[in-house]
Design a protein around this ligand. Structure first.
Ligand code: NAP
Length: 449
């Protein structure tokens, strides 16, 4: 068994870790102590003589040797900001986040000799770093444990009981659709510790379970990803909470509801008005959006200024956000010009109806409606709308070559299929949900792209 304790300094990782190790008869080690041994000096002296970057590289070297360690590991407060450390720590391990509020950390660390990491006054530093690190802690954790108002032995008892108590078979309430064989897979005698899933309706066509389960196996994570397909989002979130789900990918029609239900959201989800990712930690839900990254990444190498987004729904909002982040002047065109105007007004861009396309003459077109999906032979643009020098990105990804992309290729445009968006949003979402950075090549390999 490998148990990894993460969290800010002052959350009791070392004290609690030693107690857990004693209760489970496991060896204990502290990554800061290993770093001090390797450097031949205490942590404050490493910071003073060589700086934080040297400390972080020593920390990475030390953690790299812990992939196959069996025992309890207490980590430094910044260790899981490095996705490579998370990959090693997660391999064959259960990661436990010890949480404490800024006030509790400030009280507990008063008089500590640990070096400052910012130029801020100590109390402001704690608040700022806790805020900045929180998404990394939530992503890297399998189990979240509050330490406020509890003695270390109580926290250790809680962790030990949760380490053994999470392994009940997973059974979804009535009303949830599952593909054939999935209920039996979930009912396995030794279910995984970490449960994740796709929330949507319908969701059974999703390729995310295939992708995530393959990635969990690749990274040695004791985790499983399944379907949360139900007509009521409240039922989805209720089931996720009662089953201790760690992360949900969110698809149609729940992206807006997911954002509204979350306790906190990253700035991208808040600006787009939709979340495709929820990370759960106890009762707390954090929302984020990675769809926009899926639109942005494939366009990063394109040198252009003027873009059109076709459609005014959730994917269109993510596309406008992504294009603006790249400095594009964007026009939203939709069959309902009123809806295009509402979306455009949120982002301060231009709007019109589909028939206005010819007058805009964009260099980049992002298509964000379902037209052309799964056997639909239609395209919103006519061949004469398209020409060489244009880049056409169709967010529809089934089929890979849509009628729009076929026409665009024939007219000499550069084309980008919707599978590219899927690949890049998935890389980013895996990072948000697990703290591990996966590259697009690995995701393509798993998906057979
Ligand atoms: P949505 O919120 O339901 O929005 C759909 C948009 O398409 C709305 O503006 C809708 O207009 C418009 N539309 C629907 N049918 C149309 C038609 N026949 N002609 C013209 N416009 C039409 O859906 P979404 O979440 O934005 O998703 C849109 C598409 O993006 C999906 O179908 C999916 O293929 C794709 N997508 C791809 C990925 C990926 O990873 N590649 C991720 C997310 C989405 P009205 O409001 O007038 O109905």
């Amino acid at each position: 068994m490998k148990v990894v304790l993460i969290g800010y300094r002052g959350t009791g990782k070392t004290t609690v870790g030693k107690m857990i190790a004693r209760r489970l008869s496991l060896p204990f080690l502290d990554t800061d102590a290993l770093i001090e041994e390797r450097a031949g000096m205490p942590v404050p002296a490493i910071f003073a003589s060589a700086g934080e970057a040297t400390f972080r590289s020593l920390e990475r070297e030390v953690i790299a040797g812990l992939a196959d360690f069996r025992g309890v590991i207490a980590t430094g407060g910044g260790a899981v900001l490095d996705p490579e450390n998370v990959r090693v720590l997660r391999k064959g391990g259960t990661v436990v986040l010890l949480e404490a509020s800024a006030g509790e950390v400030i009280t507990r660390t008063a008089g500590s000799d640990r070096p400052p990491l910012t130029g801020l006054p100590p109390e402001d530093e704690v608040r700022a770093l806790l805020h900045r690190r929180r998404p990394f802690y939530l992503a890297a954790a399998d189990i979240c444990v509050r330490t406020g108002g509890r003695r270390p032995d109580m926290v250790a008892d809680d962790v030990v009981s949760r380490l053994s108590g999470r392994r009940d078979p997973v059974s979804l309430p009535a009303g949830f659709a599952l593909p054939p064989g999935e209920a039996e897979r979930l009912d396995a005698p030794d279910p995984a510790t970490g449960l994740y899933g796709i929330a949507g309706h319908p969701a059974l066509h999703s390729r995310s379970p295939l992708l995530y389960n393959a990635l969990f196996a690749r990274y040695g994570m004791d985790a499983s990803y399944t379907f949360f397909d139900h007509p009521d989002f409240a039922a989805v979130l209720g089931a996720a909470r009662s089953l201790g789900v760690r992360g949900l990918s969110v698809t149609i029609p729940y992206k807006e509801a997911a954002l509204a239900a979350a306790d906190e959201a990253d700035r991208h989800a808040a600006a787009i008005g939709a979340a495709n990712t929820l990370v759960l930690c106890g009762d707390h839900v954090r929302a984020s959006n990675t769809d926009w990254v899926g639109v942005r990444r494939p366009l990063e190498g394109v040198a252009a200024e003027r873009a059109v987004v076709l459609g005014a729904g959730g994917a269109a909002a993510a596309a406008v956000y992504a294009l603006q982040s790249l400095g594009y002047r964007v026009t939203v065109l939709a069959r309902d010009a009123g809806k295009a105007e509402i979306l455009a007004a949120r982002f301060g861009c231009e709007a019109g109806s589909l028939s206005d396309f010819g007058s805009v003459r964009p260099e980049v077109v992002v298509h964000a409606t379902p037209v052309g999906m799964a056997g639909d032979p239609h395209s919103l643009l006519a061949p004469e709308d398209l020409g060489p020098g244009m880049t056409v990105f169709d967010l529809v990804y089934t089929p890979k070559e849509t009628p729009l992309l076929r026409t665009a290729t024939a007219r000499g445009c550069r084309t980008i299929p919707g599978t590219e968006m899927f690949v890049y949003q998935a890389c980013e979402q895996f990072l948000h949900m697990t703290g591990i950075r996966v590259d697009d090549r690995t995701v393509r390999e798993v998906l057979g792209e």
